[in-house]
Design a protein. Structure first.
Length: 304
């Protein structure tokens, strides 16, 4: 994945409506690795004592001692460290999609690139004004990786300790409920139709500071729902309780939804896939976004 950023964009300030976000769970600051693993059921108290005795005799670290005794795995140690440092991390047995590399493989090269992208987005958009909370992830064509980038970008923002909301505004072929194993509950479409409230926003318990608003029931009129003022008001209200709002969208070549979402969010990150995306199609798409006044804060060439 390669990253190219550029400056541009404005956003209208509107009066928000306050909402409530689930409280932040307790952190592991100050707790030992042994206590964390015992509490998580990964280590018995008796085995923890064995490791402590071994650790004292050898002058080694708890994690290294546990691995030497065959009582801990690398995954156990990474999990405990993630709790100690308040850094959300998914264990191998997690039922969330392996596509969520930012949580499954936080030390991998693709995730380092996502962190670099996160830093640039903070400097170029989110830190430039108090009301710049939303960012639409868009692409000109299909199968270019919008959902993958949206989900993993939301995770790396939440790993900063920022209250992050991932919104699935692809109400034609949604994927976020699959990636996060959320089932088929209410979502964005239901909220916009007045059939659901804040309960549609799901806090991801395994990933501190991350919540997801899935697409919900696939409606017959997604474009009309997104075009209503209710969508703008919803984003403004959510912006009172979330620091970052990442919005997944359908491909622009198939419908006008991405344009509408980008205008409502005020800014867009354009995704293209190596050896797949059409340059003329992408050029026409970005030009049309600029005509609508959308701030194009960057582009990502996805080679995943």
């Amino acid at each position: 994945m390669s990253i190219n950023m550029n400056r541009n964009g404005t956003q209208t300030v509107v009066r928000p409506v306050p909402l409530t976000v689930p409280s932040k769970p307790a952190t592991g600051s100050g707790r030992s690795i042994g206590a964390i693993l015992v509490d998580a059921g990964r280590l018995s108290p008796l085995d923890a004592e064995r490791i402590v005795h071994f650790q004292k005799d050898r002058g080694a670290r708890f994690g290294d001692s546990g691995k030497a005794l065959g009582l801990l795995t690398d995954d156990d140690v990474r999990y405990a460290l993630s709790v100690q440092f308040d850094y959300p991390y998914l264990a191998r047995e997690s039922n969330l999609s392996r596509e969520l590399v930012a949580a499954h493989h936080p030390n991998s090269q693709p995730v380092e690139q996502l962190r670099a992208l996160r830093s640039q987005l903070m400097l170029r958009w989110f830190d430039t004004g108090p009301d710049r909370r939303g960012l639409a992830i868009v692409s000109a064509g299909s199968r270019e990786g919008r959902s993958y980038i949206s989900a993993n970008l939301a995770i790396v923002f939440s790993q900063l300790g920022l209250r992050t909301l991932l919104v699935d505004a692809d109400m034609r072929a949604p994927r976020q409920h699959l990636l996060f194993n959320l089932g088929k509950g209410a979502g964005l479409s239901d909220m916009l139709a007045g059939r659901a409230g804040l309960e549609a926003v799901v806090s991801v318990s395994a990933l501190q500071d991350l919540s997801v608003l899935p697409a919900g029931v696939i409606p017959p009129n997604p474009q009309e729902l997104l075009g209503r003022q209710e969508f703008s008001r919803l984003l403004q209200a959510l912006g009172q309780d979330f620091d970052i709002i990442i919005i997944d969208t359908p491909p622009a070549s198939e419908c006008a939804d991405a344009h509408t979402v980008a205008v409502r969010a005020g800014a867009a990150l354009v995704v293209a896939r190596q050896n797949t995306s059409s340059l003329p199609q992408m050029t026409r798409f970005t030009h049309s976004l600029r005509e609508f006044g959308v701030a194009l804060v960057g582009s990502v060439l996805n080679d995943a």
